[in-house]
Design a protein around this ligand. Structure first.
Ligand SMILES: [Zn+2]
Ligand SMILES: [Zn+2]
Length: 199
């Protein structure tokens, strides 16, 4: 009686609730394989994302580098509290103009051939600290293609110099032509030359 009962219970156990040991092993094996494939896929995705990240990082670096190169270096804008200096000269028809006298405002000159840039208000800082403002503080209008002094002397692109050659207004920043003219924001240490002369 006793042994029969045990056998019966063993039989029930094996037949209905639990899969056989062999089957369990097979299921485990299957699960492992599935896990393995999933891990593999995840690793591949991670690799792909890392490579994509590196590639786009390189693109951003190259693009940024090109931008800086095209701008001629990192162009900074002066903040309130900065104090920068840039040398300047104006040459009209081959004649160097005397340095401007002390001028008002904080984008100004002390009569020393330097532009002193020390903004004290946002109106004089950033893009507002440009050449146009510097010259305007001395009563001189500088714009693309023209320069005009308070004494009435004015030169426009195409006007003749005394020797008969037609002139053009140019801005050179550290020896390089720059089309920004009055909108150019001098950088600390710049050497600027505004010249009106033969094309
Ligand atoms: Zn200064
Ligand atoms: Zn000053």
């Amino acid at each position: 009686m006793e042994s029969q009962g045990r056998m019966e219970s063993e039989g029930t156990d094996r037949g209905t609730d639990r899969p056989s040991r062999k089957e369990r092993r097979r299921l485990r094996q299957l699960r492992r394989e599935r896990e393995g494939r999933r891990t593999h896929r995840r690793a591949a995705l991670r690799r792909w994302l890392v490579r994509g990240g590196i590639a786009s990082g390189c693109l951003v670096a190259v693009g940024g580098g090109y931008w800086l190169w095209a701008q001629g270096g990192p162009h900074r804008l002066p903040k309130v509290g900065d104090h920068w200096h840039a040398a300047y000269e104006v040459v009209i028809c081959g004649r160097q103009q005397p340095p401007l006298a002390y001028s008002p405002g904080n984008i100004h000159t002390h009569g020393d051939g330097l532009i002193h840039i020390h903004p004290t208000t946002p109106e004089e800082a950033g893009r507002n600290a440009n050449l146009g403002r510097f010259f305007a503080n001395s009563g001189i209008t500088v714009a693309a293609g023209r320069i005009r002094y308070p004494d009435g002397r004015a030169y426009r692109d195409g006007d003749p110099c005394p020797d008969g050659t037609r002139g053009r207004l140019r801005l050179l920043v550290n020896g390089e032509a720059n089309a920004s003219m009055d909108r150019y924001v001098p950088q600390d240490g710049d050497k600027l030359r505004i010249e009106f002369g033969p094309e």
